[in-house]
Design a protein around this ligand. Structure first.
Ligand code: NAD
Length: 738
């Protein structure tokens, strides 16, 4: 008998090798069909007396990325239909029954009486790693790409197929909680040290190693199914438990501010589960899992951080009729802060790079950045000296524009000055081939304006990175008025090659991300002006779900740069385009106090050398009034932070700057950390309903002024009770591009 997704072969010793190899998929995933088939294999091998044991491995380069999250999304949809048909209780039962199938299958494997071993190569994550944990022996290949982990918490869930219970019985609860709450992917050396893996061997020996363990009489009974089993960290109600649980709760609150029900469920499931025998503990895990699966947060996070992110990463917005471009060599002009980073990420992706600056020393300095970053990787054991040498050999630092002659794409990151950019565009176009695409990394200058200096405006496009380039996943691709499809396709192919996520936006001041960030910073600055204690501003922003407070973020960006951008906006669009109170605050900080931000060690914060940063005590002297923290409505501050960004996102949709709701949401989370548990600003609005959001911003407008005025689009949608994902379904956008 053979299944569609698995091949089985039995050797002379009666050991069945199960090779997971799903047809027409590059990566194995746990689909409903795969789960059923694995169940059939389990029944067959258990019933067959000749079978001595089972080894599961993968026929692909990687083991598996885990459960098909769209299948989990599907359970949610089924439940909603069931709720309408038969009521909430029936719907809850359906989710519980459906979502625990994998958990039940794994428990059956664990208790089938025959030894199951797993041989893992490449990534083995989520539900796939839970399969490995359910097996009785785990062998991993020493391939550096091998990664094991339970990243479910990152999409608002937690491991629901026994992962929480097995992990918490294999290591002390405090370590298990860390692993589950962080969702990190472990390399084999760490996994082995944590005893999550029994053996690490070369790839071509892993199946044999697993079989040898079976042949040598490997036990098919897990420690927790044997009498006298003791939890590694001691029982919950013990001295060790008292050290663990109160602290765990506090750390959870500090890290999440209670915004992530999935993370909270991990604490509860482990706490309750460890007080029960395994089967009962798994039922507890399943109950919480069914509950979390139906949460607004999990639905929003799965959609934005998994489904949409994957679709955008695969080039959902790429013009389909342009053939794939083969980019081998990239030119980067301007080897400063950004150019050096762009050169690094390009070379890291295996591309050849020509890095040009005004003189050799400046170009070399840019290349030195790659040396520094790679050295950091070597120190952390993530790269070898040979990797650094190879990467540096791919970067040619030079002041000579002629060297750009054979580049497939050129990106400029020179000074933010239209005259300098125009000169550079001319010099580059004089040497590159006629059909080579030119990208600008400008953060504030309109692309159409810069394209006027180009002889080939249809080949001119914005490729806007965020700093630090090596860390930030988002790249905004900006279409000028005349930008053609080929430029868009090449820019997207390039962004994909360097493993970042592109969003495509139309040309406007601030494009997308910086408009929303600008609104966030403004809100923080105005709160300061209103007399809200600075620490309260920073903390409530984090409570709202933002990773960095607005004052701290201004320091990172640089206070003088924020002022420069404000002044430029005022000069171009008039006094109404800016907020006078904000300008006064920034002028005082920069021009009177010389506080430029982190870069000169003083901004909204003081940065003592070698010490921790602290809010500058002088801030209270800049506040015209000071208010008592207890008299301030924290919920309102939180709403202001999120609502001002979400409103700006709505405006960009209304103005046609952003044309795909997925891009607004994904771009906001990975570009500036918009509260990930919401799934992004538009998902946040959809989650509460456009009617409720309109009511919220109207209230804020009445209290805080016209910056909270709702765009017409929102009024219209609220009147019809429409959602953003309902009115602008992403599939429609894809059909349009096709
Ligand atoms: P930077 O001052 O650090 O670097 C600019 C580099 O360009 C310098 O090394 C300079 O020597 C070089 N340069 C100037 N004129 C040149 C010429 N004619 N030929 C070759 N090289 C020349 O500036 P940066 O922060 O890296 O910013 C560069 C661009 O990136 C700007 O357009 C900026 O708006 C944009 N940007 C910056 C950030 C940021 O966070 N700094 C973020 C996104 C985009």
């Amino acid at each position: 008998m053979s299944e569609t997704n698995f091949r089985t072969e039995t050797d002379a010793d009666g050991i069945v090798l199960v090779t997971w190899d799903m047809p027409s998929r590059s990566m194995n995933v746990l689909t409903a069909e795969a789960i059923t088939e694995l169940g059939e294999i389990l029944d067959r091998t258990t019933a067959d007396e000749a079978v001595k044991g089972v080894v599961v491995t993968s026929g692909k380069n990687a083991f598996s990325g885990g459960a098909d999250l769209t299948m989990l999304e599907g359970i949610g949809k089924l439940a909603r239909q069931e709720a309408v048909k038969s009521g909430a209780e029936a719907a809850a039962k359906l989710v519980f029954d459906e979502s625990r199938k994998l958990s039940q299958l794994y428990r059956r494997i664990e208790t089938c009486g025959k030894p199951w071993a797993v041989a893992v190569n490449g990534v083995c994550l989520g539900g796939a790693f839970e399969l490995a944990l359910a097996c009785h022996y785990r062998v991993a290949s020493d391939d550096p790409k091998t990664r094991l982990g339970l990243p479910e918490v990152k999409v608002g869930l937690f491991p629901g197929a026994g992962g929480t219970q097995r992990i918490a019985r294999m290591m002390p609860a405090s370590d298990a909680l860390q692993m589950l709450l962080k969702g990190d992917q472990l390399r084999t050396d760490r996994a082995k040290a944590m005893r999550l893996i029994d053996e690490v061997v070369p790839r071509d020996q892993m199946v044999e190693a697993a079989k040898t363990w079976i042949r040598n009489g490997g036990s098919a009974v897990k420690p927790w199914d044997q009498d006298g089993f003791k939890l590694p960290g001691g029982p919950v109600w013990s001295k060790g438990g008292f050290m663990t649980w109160p602290a765990a709760n506090a750390i959870y609150r500090r890290e999440t501010f209670g915004n992530y029900p999935g993370a909270r469920a991990i604490l509860k499931v482990v706490f309750e589960g460890l007080q029960l025998p395994m089967d009962r503990a798994l039922t507890v895990e399943s109950r919480y899992f069914a509950h979390i699966l139906q949460s607004k947060e999990a639905a929003a996070m799965i959609r934005s951080l998994f489904v949409s992110m994957q679709e955008l990463g695969k080039g959902a917005r790429r013009p389909k009729d342009v053939p794939p471009s083969s980019i081998k060599k990239v030119g980067v002009v301007g080897a400063g802060f950004m150019g050096a980073g762009i050169a690094y990420v390009s070379a890291l992706a295996g591309l050849e790079v020509v890095l040009v600056d005004r003189d050799q020393a400046a170009a070399d300095k840019g290349k030195e950045h790659s040396h520094k970053l790679m050295t950091g990787q070597i120190m952390k054991g993530r790269a070898k000296t040979a990797d650094r040498d190879a990467l540096l050999a791919r970067i040619e630092a030079t002041p000579d524009y002629q060297k750009l002659g054979d580049c497939d794409l050129v990106i400029e990151a020179v000074f933010e000055d239209p005259k300098v950019k125009a000169e550079v565009i001319g010099k580059v176009e004089a040497v590159i081939d006629k059909d080579v695409i030119f990208g600008s990394n400008t953060s504030t200058l309109p692309i159409s304006g810069l394209a006027a200096s180009s002889e080939r405006a249809d080949q001119f496009i914005g490729i806007h990175f965020f700093s630090p380039v090596e860390k930030m996943l988002l790249v905004e691709i900006i279409l000028g008025k005349e930008t053609g499809d080929k430029a868009l396709a090449v820019a997207m192919d390039y962004v994909r090659a360097i493993k970042k996520t592109p969003i495509v936006v139309n040309d406007t001041r601030g494009f997308y991300a910086n408009r929303c960030v600008g609104a966030y910073l403004l809100e923080g600055h105005l709160m300061l002006d209103e007399g809200v204690p600075p620490a309260m501003i920073e903390n409530t922003a984090k409570m709202a779900g933002m990773p960095v407070g607005p004052l701290s973020l201004t320091d990172e960006v640089a206070v003088d740069l924020a002022l420069k951008i404000l002044k430029a906006a005022e000069a171009q669009a008039g006094p109404d385009a800016i907020n006078e109170r904000q300008k006064e605050l920034l002028v005082t900080l920069v021009e009177k106090e010389g506080r430029l931000g982190r870069k000169n060690g003083k901004g909204f914060y003081d940065y003592p050398e070698g010490g921790k940063k602290k809010l500058w005590p002088g801030l209270k002297d800049l506040q015209p009034v000071s208010r008592d923290a207890d008299s301030i409505d924290v919920a309102e501050l939180k709403h202001r932070f999120l609502a001002t960004q979400a409103l700006e996102a709505v405006r960009t949709v209304a103005e046609g700057v952003v044309t795909d709701v997925r891009e607004a949401d994904v771009g906001a989370i990975i570009g500036f950390g918009f509260a990930p548990f919401t799934g992004g600003p538009l998902s946040w609005i959809d989650g509460m309903g456009t009617k409720a959001f309109l009511a919220l911003v109207k209230e804020l407008e009445a209290k805080h002024g016209p910056r909270f005025a709702a765009p017409k689009l929102l009024e219209e949608m609220a009147a019809k009770d429409e959602t953003f994902y309902g009115r602008f379904p992403p599939e429609a956008r894809e059909k349009e591009a096709a």
